[in-house]
Design a protein around this ligand. Structure first.
Ligand code: ITT
Length: 197
């Protein structure tokens, strides 16, 4: 299946591409006039609502642009720190821009939980039906920024299913099926293949 991925984040595109290529799908970033379209994201409502909103806007855009015969995929994700209530969640990118990874580390005092999880909601539509899947990757926040691989919070996120390194230290890339995005996209791929779809 040819999938247009609606995102401005190249890290997400390369992860989705590697993951879905193995399942026989091609993934391209949706670009209009060479640019990733900017959509309104109701971040205060959480990642599921943001993903729904991106899908509605993306389908409208494809119709306007006369793009047909492709599947469209959206994804919204974020990191959720156990020490705070559902935060930064859908606001992860903005919080990182504002205070940086060092700023996040300085918020976590010694007696606070370092548990955290990445969550992703991914949706795919063929223009008639939409399928949705979620993925969670549990881990903990490191004591310091380590490694420069990946993107976003990866240099401070140590996945529970890993070997103690932050995702930023995974030089070989973090595409082993343990990420929230991989789990959500594998979920989508299963739904697409299910005979009842
Ligand atoms: P699009 O909305 O255009 O897809 P974005 O980067 O703004 O791109 P989100 O709104 O979904 O994406 O924000 C996700 C943020 O959550 C991302 O920018 C990171 O700060 C964090 N995040 C999500 N998944 C991550 C991952 O796999 N590794 C590191 N940080 C991640």
């Amino acid at each position: 299946m040819r999938i247009l991925f609606v995102t401005s984040n190249k890290g997400k595109v390369s992860e989705a591409r590697k993951l879905l290529a193995d399942l026989g799908h091609t993934v391209e970033q949706l670009l209009v006039g060479g640019l990733a379209p900017k959509f309104n994201e109701p971040k205060e409502l959480g990642i599921e609502a943001v993903a729904n909103s991106k899908m509605v806007q993306a389908l409208n855009l494809l119709e306007q642009e006369g793009i047909e015969g492709v599947a469209v995929m959206v994804e919204d994700s974020g990191v959720f720190l156990d020490a705070f209530d559902e935060w930064p969640g859908a606001e992860s990118a903005e919080v990182e821009d504002k205070i940086g990874l060092e700023g996040i580390l300085s918020l976590l005092k010694e007696d606070m939980s370092r548990g955290a999880e990445y969550r992703a909601v991914a949706k795919i539509s063929d223009g008639f039906s939409t399928w949705s899947a979620e993925g969670v990757c549990r881990g903990k926040i490191a004591d310091s920024v380590r490694g420069s691989g990946g993107f976003g919070y990866d240099p401070i996120f140590i996945p529970d299913e890993g070997d103690g390194r932050t995702f930023g230290e995974w030089e070989e890339g973090k595409f082993t099926g343990i990420t929230h995005r991989a789990k959500a996209m594998n979920g989508l791929a299963e739904l697409l293949e299910s005979p009842s779809r």
